[in-house]
Every structure is written in structure tokens, then in C-alpha cells.
Ligand binder design. Structure first.
Ligand SMILES: *Cc1c(COP(=O)(O)O)cnc(C)c1O
Length: 855
């Protein structure tokens, strides 16, 4: 290979009048503003499609004549100025954050994710996790949160799917040319690329940083493909979720440790770090190292400080979904780091990678690391919060299930990024300007009722037509690529029916999502789809993981059925599912089908994307739908049962699908009045929009993260920082004292004044206790009565009340407490007592893992 000796970057040469375009294309603001998208398409409609909606590449390829032409087109120039002004206003206007919170600009929140789904031309995402992260940034920008994103810059991204003629998934990877993407390299003052260094075994790895503007929010992407690195290291950030387990640990070091170093190198010192999934959990170690080094703190002090400013969001309902590294691999990459930088023993270091306290760790679990390091931990739906508690219960010995400190924040979607231009225009007209700014406002959504049924229906139908046209076009291309015959190509024009009830099913093809559940009784399905008066059709899309043979077989099954002569026009599979296909589908489908095996869908977000577009959900009660479902906003499959026998479950649930389609969905859709409008259906669309629209979006979600976690984390951090971390040092000392003393903490005596007496509602049941606390005092603990109704069989205590310390002359270290249970209901009650550590800084009484129950 010939080595080049110099390099330079060529950028488009724009006529001076078109200069504003440069700023417009380099800010992803355009991805959720149709006026900007229209402008870019208008520039060169053909190139817009050819570059897969990448405006930077388009500007690089567009002919100078065309540029000169539009520079002299007054209408184009005024359109461009309007977009440019809107962008400027957007960046400068007062936001939710600025209006409501007086925090300093310096209080940066850094959001870390292994993938980001921002727009289709930027292949740095694989699916739901990435789109969620992208939407998180977009809403943070809209809300004005001082947040920055950190991720990796994958040259090959995620797999591109194509199918063989017998339906077997093949994968290819496309190289992304970052210089022709809406991103720029972060530079030093001397115009050389900024690079940070990471210590790898026997060498240093260099990382450069790309910056993408998402409205107001910068996203920094780390890239090891630099000349200083050896060939192998240049490939570390090559593919998303590719390579070996060693590639994975290298990527996670680049993301977590490299991410923090890159931010510091740019002068950004985040107060709060949010780990979107465990991939970035190494960042917690680097934050500790930095604090120790900068302020001469002990490992324990630095760890305790950071604990309150790390947020961890888990998205996995099964242990198999978590990254676990063997200790040898950890030793290889972190041996030096923990011995010489963190200065801790191997025992201490390896215990960070597990939440299981009573067993020496044999591997390093990234979710456990994140949980040990983050004071704020959450699942992504109400149900998933519970599932996460169950999954990690073993790490919270003796703590009642309900009190395990794992919270939930239900996912959302960035409404305007997933809303069709047609529907956005309609909603803008009826809901007003405020809808554009704040789609989480319930009042605004109530104005849906003002939209005439006819208008809403026509708008929705237009999108269904667009979807059908898009699907036919894609199908035609797929056939041509596979060398199909002319008759096959022509037949593609006739698939689907723009008037028919259209069901969408698009998701990763993995066994638990059961894409073929609806095919279990193919005759019955065929009779539903092929009813000449009430036709129904299904559009599928989705990729299988490259190593998931089972997932690929499911795709093959769908393909086989889509070729059956009587189903050919009714079932279509669109290859290479991505954000572009997703957009067409969620904007045009009538029904969004989801059939996961509960409770394996942590949240799911594609169903949320159909809401504002007027689509209706038809889903198993799993993930978000478990909390969102109501009889007047969509349909449920089953009642949230969990089965031991999967075959039996499939049988039951597939029958439910047919039954609901036959008895409810199809009749509602085809019950038309004189005016041909399905009034009942439209009323359900409106209910779904009104009731679900304001909730299942990332504006609500990001506000929740901010109020529940980010702002609390700020406050704690600022408080701890006072007087050179005086409070922090005191807290760590206190914590050590509590841990060392905990063995001595116990109940000496417990007495009940009314033992054996029947009480009446309104009475109070008095309890007294003497507790021994070693070197601790009543300031350090809460003594609580934990009580509840004792039902036949299941004794579930769920309430607690604090007891009051009553100063009395006592033996030293023994303290007297009094408490009472308010008898509000009749029945039999049970109680016990417990002692918990107490400190103003702690988020929960349970975070030290210490609890003493009465014996
Ligand atoms: C929204 C989206 C997803 C997530 O969908 P789920 O409901 O979580 O399956 C995946 N891929 C793409 C391209 C999306 O747009």
C-alpha cells in the first residue's frame, strides 16, 4: 500500500449568497423541521434521494451550475433565509430549562450511549436503543438542557441487510465517509485534530473526536481510525456490536474512559454522567481517577462523590443481554489502571464488577459496575422497573422487593422526528405553535377534538398511500437487485392496496418478538386478509442479528409466505429496516402490531411513533403498552399473563389475535357511514392521540430524567464540593464508621403495650424498642416499624413508619424508641422492626446495603 505524505480536506464551494446553507446542513436541526427538509430537497431532489438524505454529501456533489442557479432564485433564497432565521431563533430562544431553572451553564450533563439514531444517512445505530438516544438529544436540545452526548464513530456502522431469493438474510457493511457527513473534526488551537490517549497493554491508543450539532446539543463521537494507531487499533471503532469480546472491551474503554478524557480535553467538565445502558460504565472509574488526582482525594471519597452524580439506565430484561467480561480480560486492560491510578487492591477492584456481595466475583458485569457506581438507577417502563428489580434482587439481600432502589422512567419518542409532514401540518393548524415547542402539554393535545373527522382521516389516508407507494417501489428494487424477471418486477406494482386496512410489524427479528405468531393458523389468517369486502394487509421489516440463525429463519418464513400466490399482494417484507423505512411505516400504518413474549420487551418505542400519526396499537401487554393500554386507545393481546409453556402461550395468543382482528379491528375499520368515514375508528385515533400523545414522548421523558435525577445530582455535587469537598470527606468517614459498626447494631428488647387486645379502627398500636448502636447514635439511623395486613397465605408487609427516639437514662450505646401503627383498616396485621442507616445525602436508606431486622 502506498502511504500518503500529506492530506487535505475539500469542502463545497458555495456562492456567497448560499453561505447560510453551510450552517443549515451542519446542524441536525433540519432532521425534525420540514421547512428545512423541503429546502434541502428543493436544492436537488434527485441528489437528495441518491445521497440518502445526507445534505453535506449532496452539497459536495451538486453541480456548480445548479448552485449558481439557486443562488439567483429569489424564492429559494427567501426560503433559505426563513430556515436560517428559524434555526437562529431556535438556538437563541428562552427554553424550558432557562425559564424554570437557575442553574449555571457550567452544570453540564454528559449522556453516554454506544449508538445514536439521528437520521438515516448516519449509520451509527442499530435499532431502538440508538433511536432513543438520538431522541434524548433532540428533546434535550428543545428543552435547552445543558447536555452533551458522547458516542463512538463507526466507520462501518451496523449491518445492511439484503435477502437471497429464498429469503435468507445476508449482511454487508457500508463505509461511511465522515468528511461527507454533517460532522466536523474537533481541532486544537493550532488547527491539528484534537487527540486523546488511552493506555492499552504495551501501547497507547489515540482517539480523535467528531462533533455533530443536534440543535443546541453537541454530540461527540470518538474515532480510533487515526494514523498514529496500528492497523488493529484503527479498527476498534469500526463496527457497531461487531468483532470479538476483546473488541467489545476496547470499544467500551474508548467510550467510557476515552469519552471522559475527550470532554476534559475540550474543557467540558460534566457534573452529571448518564450511562445509557452499561456499555459506558467504565466512565465511572475514570471519573474517580480524575477526582483523586485533581483534589487529592481517597478512592473511597472519590467513589462516594461520583455515586451521586452518575445515572444508569438499564434496557435489558434478561441477564443474557448484558456485557460480562472475564476477569483475565479485565486484568489485561485494567491491571495497571487500578493498581497505579486508583491505587486499590484487586479484591476491591473486582468487587466493583458485581453486586453479589457474598461470592468472590469471577467476571466483570458491566450492568453491575454501573449499578455500584450510580446513585440513580432506572428501567425504561413501569413493568421493566419491576422486572429489573427481580433480575437483580440477589444484589439486595434482606431488602423488601418494593424497596429495591431501582426506579423507572418510561421511554418516549421525539414526536416531531417521527411525525409525517402532512400530519404535522394538520396538528400545527389545530394545536397551534405551542405543539411544536412542547408536545408533552396535555391541554394542547385536547384540541385534537377540534379537528374535523374528515380532515384527520384524509391526512391519515394520504400517508397510507405514500406508504403503499414506497413499499411497492422498494419491492421493485429488491426484485431487480436479485435479478428478477420482468413479470416479477411488474407484479411488484400491484402488491398492497392503498385503501386496505394496513398492519405494520417492524422490529428486530429475534425469537421472543414472535414475528410469525400471526401465521400460526395460516388458513384463518388468509381468510382475514383476503376478504374481498374488508381486505387487510401486513407490511414487515426488520433485521436479525448476524449470528442469530433463529431470527434469520423467522425472516425466511415471512418471505416464504409473502410468495404464496394468494398472499403475495397482502404480505410484503421491506428489506434493510432503518429509520427511513420506520418513518414511512409508522406514518402510514393503521395498526401497529407487537407480539413480544412478556416481559421481554423492556419498553419498545416504535408503537409510540404511530400515536401522533394516528396509528393504533395492537399489542401484548408488555413494555410501555402495559401501562399505556386502555380500551378506547387501542387493543391488547391477553391480559398480561406470563406462561411456562411457550407453545401453549403461542396457541392462546395467536387465537386472540385472530379473534380481535375478526371481531373488533376489521369491523371498526370498515364500518363506514354515508360519507365513507369510519367514525368509530377515527374516534379511537383521536383518543389515542389525546391520551397517549402527551405522555409517550421524549419531552416528558427528558423532563422526568432532569427532575428526578439530573437536578438532584447537580445539587448534591455542588453541596459536596463546598470547602474543598469537606462534606464529601465527612460523608465517606461517616459511611466507613457505619459499615464498621453495623455488626453491633441490634435490637435489645421490643414490647407492645396492647399485646393481645383487639383494637378498633382509629386506634393506635404502640410499640417500644431498645436498640444498641455501638459507636453510632440515633442521628445515624432510622428505626422503623414495618407492617401490613397479614392475609391468608401471602404475608406481604408493605408499609413503614419511623419510630421516635426518646432520650432516657440508659446503658451507654442503648437507645429507647417509641412508635405507633395507625389502625386505618380492619383485619389482622403483622409487623416487624428494622434499623437502617440514615444520612441527609443518601438518596435511599438502602444504598449501603445495610439493614438490621428484628429477630
Ligand atoms: C423506533 C425504532 C426501533 C425501535 O423499535 P421497537 O419498538 O423498540 O422494536 C428500531 N429500529 C428503528 C429503525 C426504529 O426507528
Amino acid at each position: 500500500m502506498i502511504k500518503y505524505i500529506g492530506r487535505f480536506n475539500v469542502v463545497p464551494s458555495l456562492p456567497p449568497k448560499l453561505e447560510p446553507l453551510r450552517e443549515i446542513v451542519y446542524n441536525l436541526y433540519w432532521t425534525w423541521h420540514y421547512d428545512a427538509i423541503d429546502l434541502l430537497r428543493r436544492l436537488d431532489p434527485k441528489l437528495w434521494e441518491e445521497t440518502y438524505h445526507n445534505p453535506v454529501l449532496m452539497l459536495g456533489r451538486i453541480s456548480q451550475e445548479r448552485l449558481n442557479e439557486v443562488a439567483n432564485d429569489d424564492s429559494f433564497i427567501s426560503h433559505m433565509k426563513r430556515v436560517f432565521d428559524q434555526l437562529k431563533i431556535y438556538k437563541e430562544e428562552k427554553t424550558w430549562y432557562q425559564k424554570n431553572y437557575g442553574y449555571d451553564k457550567e452544570n453540564v450533563i454528559a449522556y453516554f450511549s454506544a449508538e445514536y439514531g439521528l437520521t438515516e444517512s448516519l449509520q451509527i445505530y442499530s435499532g431502538g436503543l440508538g433511536v432513543l438516544a438520538g431522541d434524548h438529544l433532540k428533546s434535550s436540545s428543545d428543552l435547552g438542557l445543558p447536555l452533551v452526548g458522547v458516542g463512538l464513530c463507526y466507520k462501518e456502522g451496523y449491518l445492511q441487510q439484503y435477502l437471497t431469493s429464498d429469503g435468507w438474510q445476508q449482511e454487508k457493511y457500508e463505509i461511511t465517509d465522515f468528511y461527507n457527513q454533517p460532522m466536523t473534526l474537533v481541532m486544537n488551537n493550532d488547527k491539528t485534530p484534537l487527540k486523546i490517549e488511552l493506555n492499552f497493554p504495551g501501547r497507547n491508543v489515540y482517539v480523535q473526536v467528531w462533533k455533530i450539532m443536534v440543535g443546541r446539543v453537541p454530540l461527540y463521537l470518538l474515532d480510533t481510525n487515526v494514523p498514529e494507531n496500528n492497523e488493529e487499533d484503527r479498527k476498534i471503532t469500526r463496527t457497531l456490536y461487531g468483532g470479538t469480546i476483546e473488541t467489545r472491551i476496547q470499544q467500551e474503554i474508548v467510550l467510557g474512559i476515552g469519552g471522559i478524557r475527550a470532554l476534559y480535553a475540550m474543557g467540558i467538565k460534566p457534573l452529571v454522567c448518564h450511562m445509557n445502558e452499561g456499555h459506558s460504565a467504565f466512565l465511572a472509574l475514570e471519573r474517580i481517577r480524575l477526582l483523586m488526582q485533581q483534589y487529592n482525594l481517597s478512592f473511597e471519597e472519590a467513589r462516594d462523590i461520583n455515586f451521586y452524580s452518575n445515572v444508569f439506565t438499564t434496557h435489558t430484561p434478561v441477564p443474557a443481554g448484558i456485557d460480562i467480561f472475564p476477569n483475565e480480560l479485565i486484568e489485561k486492560y485494567f491491571g495497571n489502571y487500578y493498581r497505579n491510578e486508583l491505587k486499590i487492591s484487586d479484591k476491591t477492584f473486582y468487587s466493583l464488577g458485581t453486586i453479589i456481595k457474598d461470592k468472590p466475583p469471577s467476571s466483570y458485569n458491566m450492568a453491575h459496575l454501573a449499578m455500584n457506581m450510580a446513585g440513580f438507577v432506572n428501567g425504561v417502563s413501569k413493568l421493566h422497573g419491576k422486572v429489573s428489580k427481580k433480575m437483580w434482587q440477589a444484589g439486595f439481600i434482606d431488602i423488601p422487593f418494593d424497596e429495591i432502589p431501582i426506579d423507572y422512567v418510561t421511554n418516549g419518542v421525539h414526536t416531531h422526528s417521527h411525525l409525517s409532514n402532512d400530519m404535522q401540518e394538520l396538528l400545527y393548524r389545530y394545536l397551534g405553535e405551542k405543539f411544536m415547542r412542547d408536545p408533552s402539554d396535555k391541554e394542547i393535545w385536547n384540541r385534537i377534538d377540534d379537528i374535523p373527522d374528515e380532515e384527520l382521516w384524509r391526512t391519515h389516508e394520504r400517508r397510507r398511500e405514500r406508504l403503499v407507494a414506497f413499499a411497492r417501489n422498494r419491492l421493485r428494487k429488491q426484485i431487480i437487485e436479485k435479478g428478477g424477471s420482468v413479470s416479477e418486477i411488474n407484479a411488484a406494482k400491484e402488491v398492497l392496496d392503498a385503501q386496505a386496512l394496513t398492519i405494520g410489524f417492524a422490529r428486530r427479528f429475534v425469537a421472543y418478538k414472535r414475528a410469525t405468531l400471526i401465521f400460526r393458523d395460516i388458513e384463518r389468517l388468509a381468510s382475514i386478509l383476503c376478504n374481498p369486502n374488508y381486505p387487510v394487509q401486513i407490511i414487515f421489516a426488520g433485521k436479525a442479528h448476524p449470528r442469530d440463525e433463529e431470527g434469520k429463519k423467522i425472516i425466511q418464513e415471512v418471505i416464504a409466505l409473502s410468495k404464496e400466490p394468494h398472499l403475495r399482494k397482502k404480505i410484503v417484507f421491506i428489506e434493510n429496516y432503518d429509520m427511513n423505512i420506520a418513518r414511512y411505516m409508522v406514518e402510514g400504518c393503521d395498526v401497529w402490531l407487537n407480539t413480544p413474549r412478556r416481559p421481554l420487551e423492556a419498553s419498545g418505542t416504535s408503537g409510540m411513533k404511530v400515536i401522533a400519526n394516528g396509528g393504533l396499537n395492537f399489542s401484548v401487554l408488555d413494555g410501555w403498552w402495559d401501562e399505556a393500554y386502555d380500551h378506547d386507545v387501542g387493543w391488547k393481546i391477553g391480559n398480561g399473563e406470563e406462561y411456562d409453556n411457550p407453545g401453549y402461550q403461542d396457541e392462546i395468543e395467536s387465537r386472540l389475535i385472530y379473534e380481535i382482528l375478526e371481531k373488533e379491528i376489521v369491523p371498526l375499520f370498515y364500518t363506514r357511514g354515508e360519507d365513507k368515514l369510519p367514525r368509530g375508528w377515527i374516534s379511537m385515533m383521536k383518543n389515542s392521540m389525546k391520551k397517549l400523545g402527551p405522555i409517550y414522548n421524549t419531552h416528558r421523558m427528558v423532563q422526568e430524567y432532569a427532575q428526578k435525577f439530573y437536578f438532584k445530582a447537580y445539587e448534591k455535587r455542588l453541596y459536596l464540593m463546598n470547602n474543598n469537598w469537606k462534606k464529601a470527606k465527612e460523608f465517606t468517614a461517616w459511611k466507613q464508621k457505619v459499615i464498621q459498626n453495623w455488626d453491633k447494631v441490634k435490637f435489645v428488647s421490643i414490647s407492645e403495650e396492647q399485646k393481645g387486645v383487639d383494637l378498633k379502627v382509629g386506634n393506635k398500636y404502640q410499640i417500644y424498642a431498645e436498640v444498641e448502636l455501638g459507636d453510632l447514635t440515633p442521628n445515624d439511623v432510622d428505626v422503623q416499624i414495618y407492617y401490613g395486613k397479614v392475609d391468608n397465605g401471602s404475608d406481604q408487609l408493605t408499609n413503614y413508619v419511623n419510630m421516635v427516639y426518646v432520650p432516657k437514662k440508659q446503658k451507654s450505646n442503648v437507645y429507647f424508641y417509641r412508635g405507633e401503627i395507625d389502625c386505618k383498616h380492619t383485619g389482622q396485621f403483622g409487623f416487624t422492626l428494622r434499623i437502617l442507616p440514615k444520612h441527609e445525602l443518601m438518596i435511599s436508606n438502602f444504598e449501603l446495603g445495610l439493614i438490621r431486622w428484628a429477630q
